[in-house]
Design a protein around this ligand. Structure first.
Ligand SMILES: [Zn+2]
Length: 619
């Protein structure tokens, strides 16, 4: 999702070989969906048949399974409705709108029948979750085939999915089918849908959609019958063979994904662009959104952005990716994003960049977005700010500044909650947003400071290559970074993710000692960090004195004769004293972390001589 800061107080496995070893004993379930969907554009309803082959790769016997029925959230009195009306800072897109929906505007999934291996099973719909008692337990290493018939109504668009979005896109079809909940080493994840994000079973989708022939469909996967469909998918050198009748059937297949989304509108224009060494990009938008030519310009930016991501964050593995006008902001799905399309070019490129990068952090590295929202939103925001800064030619030395400012604001307002909070359970939308997006991004930038840029870059690529098509956890990520850097980093994860402790370091004393200078640093707040102390001499010469944390059992590598590694600092000691090999008179300035990597909540005490132009943060 695109970050959306709420205006509370501010105005503002299995199929692909892996080249690295992941955690030993790791396993994951697999789901193979075959769906046939018959869509009625007059009633906004569809009939569905779903055959799901489910592989239990866990060491456990399963006697129940759970499906998500997301459309049921869009009914008055649903958990999403009540949560949206009672949270302190409601999402303006939702507020009390669900409560106002009429019978023909709500969303629903009605389960008509469900069989396991040909035998009927007992099931119960509980809000947005279908609880299923199995006819026979699924043993470890065995599979079951579930056959379901269902009927659904597409809700008026309130949040993410729905019909008739505010820009006039007919169908944003996301979280639109009964979807098996994920079971992993932490058990079932059948959480009710109240508005946050998702977690799915790795597998494949084979989906056929029968819909009015005037509609253009964009979807996850690759279209299997382009010559029967046309609408910009066809090979122009081959004859188009459209069947008779009022409907076309669109047959899509996707491999190694954990969700399937689509959109349909009769007015979509459809263009393409090829990324060198990468996927074919597709763009779907209405003429109105392209009045100022923004959607004509978007492909060139996205081709460059994909190349940067492929090179620096890992090679995108699928053959295609689609940018689709739809939804209610920006939302990520495998091989596809729905984005609003009418705004300025900057905004369009910004949201498109954020959402396609989610295919790395969410799509390919399939982290649990409910438990670890900072791993998808934060990592995506980090790469987005980095890539956007390049493709737009901004070239700021610190493109992450707004994330830090958001974090400082959250601390100032006293609303901070630990990043380990379940996404649904934050007290405010603001705390969720800033924790997930801003603090998740800062987590990475600070890490590049702690271990050094080279180890960080290597680690990000190792993380991608080790954990692609899997479900990495925070510990899996930090272990990759420990191996890439040779440093112990558990303390960093513990402080930044599981606590609300803060960073504040100060230059406490500077004392002249003949031709040397004694400097005392102080850790003012709780969270320990290694220190880069920059010293500028009157001659203009610059030196970096690096003070490692003892608990890291090593120091980051630096380069050049002006990089000095000092004795390490044991975290219990409030102060640290050492000597600079310069006379005090030769020193122009001493600064802790002038590039502002650390989210130091009070920078007024980071400089010698004291810089009176700097106000204390958070005051
Ligand atoms: Zn996002």
């Amino acid at each position: 999702m695109k970050k959306y800061f709420f205006l509370l107080l501010i105005s503002s496995v299995l199929h692909l070989p892996v080249s690295f070893a992941q955690r030993s004993g790791y396993w994951q379930q697999r789901a193979e969906y075959v769906m046939d969907i018959d869509f009625d554009v007059n009633k906004h309803q569809f009939k569905g048949k779903q055959k799901l082959t489910y592989y239990n790769n866990s060491p456990d016997v399963l006697d129940r399974v759970f499906y998500h029925l997301y459309f049921n959230a869009f009914q008055p009195g649903s958990m999403m409705d009540v949560r949206s009306r009672t949270i302190m800072d409601p999402d303006p897109r939702v507020r009390d709108r669900i409560a106002q929906l009429k019978e023909d505007e709500i969303g629903y999934h009605k389960i008509l029948s469900l069989k396991q291996n040909g035998k009927p099973v007992k099931y119960e719909v509980v809000g947005t979750v279908l609880e299923v008692e199995l006819a026979e337990p699924i043993a470890p290493g065995k599979k079951a085939v579930f056959e379901m018939e269902f009927e659904s109504q597409v809700p008026v668009q309130i949040r993410r999915s729905g019909r008739n979005n505010r820009e006039g896109i007919d169908y944003s079809m996301t979280q639109w089918y009964p979807k098996m909940a994920e079971y992993d080493e932490q058990g079932w994840h059948a959480h009710p849908y109240i508005g946050r994000e998702f977690y799915g079973v790795w597998g494949s989708f084979d989906v056929t959609i029968h819909i009015d022939k005037n509609y253009v469909v964009a979807a996850t996967g690759v279209l299997q019958n382009p010559q029967e469909v046309g609408h910009g998918y066809e090979n122009k050198n081959k004859p188009l063979k459209r069947p008779q009748g009022d409907k076309l059937h669109w047959h899509f297949k996707a491999e190694n994904v954990h969700d399937f989304a689509w959109a349909a509108d009769p007015d979509y224009q459809h263009t393409t662009a090829q990324v060198p060494g990468g996927p074919l990009l597709r763009f779907f938008y209405q003429a109105e959104a392209n009045q100022s030519g923004n959607w004509d310009k978007l492909p060139q930016y996205m081709v460059e952005a994909f190349q940067i991501m492929n090179r620096e964050f890992g090679q995108y593995p699928y053959p295609e990716f689609s940018f689709v006008q739809g939804g209610d902001g920006g939302m990520e799905y495998p091989m596809l994003t729905l984005i609003v399309g009418n705004g300025s070019l900057d905004r369009l490129v910004g949201v498109a960049t954020h959402e396609f990068i989610h295919n790395w952090y969410y799509g390919i590295l399939g982290t649990n977005e409910a438990l670890y929202p900072w791993m998808d939103e934060g990592f995506t925001s980090f790469a987005e700010d980095y890539v956007f800064n390049k493709i737009m030619g901004i070239n700021s030395p610190n493109p992450f500044k707004s994330s830090y400012n958001g974090y400082f604001r959250l601390v100032q307002f006293g609303l901070q909650e630990p990043l380990s909070t379940h996404a649904d359970h934050y007290n405010t939308n603001m705390a969720y947003s800033i924790a997930s997006y801003s603090m998740g991004s800062i987590f990475l930038r600070q890490l590049s400071y702690i271990i050094g840029e080279e180890a960080f870059r290597k680690g990000m690529l190792d993380y991608f290559n080790t954990w692609k098509f899997k479900h990495p956890t925070p510990t899996d990520f930090i272990r990759i970074m420990e191996k890439a850097s040779g440093l112990e980093l558990d303390w960093y994860k513990e402080y930044w993710i599981y606590t609300t402790k803060h960073i504040d370091y100060a230059i406490d004393k500077v004392v002249s000692k003949g031709n040397k200078t004694e400097v005392t640093l102080r850790r003012v707040k709780e969270m320990p960090m290694p220190i880069d102390l920059h010293v500028t001499l009157n001659s203009g010469e610059e030196h970096i004195f690096h003070i490692p944390l003892q608990i890291m059992r090593g120091a980051k590598k630096g380069t050049g004769k002006n990089y000095h590694v000092e004795a390490d600092w044991g975290w219990v000691y409030p102060t640290y004293t050492f000597e600079l090999p310069f006379s005090t008179g030769d020193i122009r300035q001493i600064v802790i972390d002038p590039e502002e990597y650390m989210a130091d909540i009070d920078r007024s005490n980071n400089t010698y001589p004291a810089d009176s132009s700097l106000d204390a943060r958070g005051k």
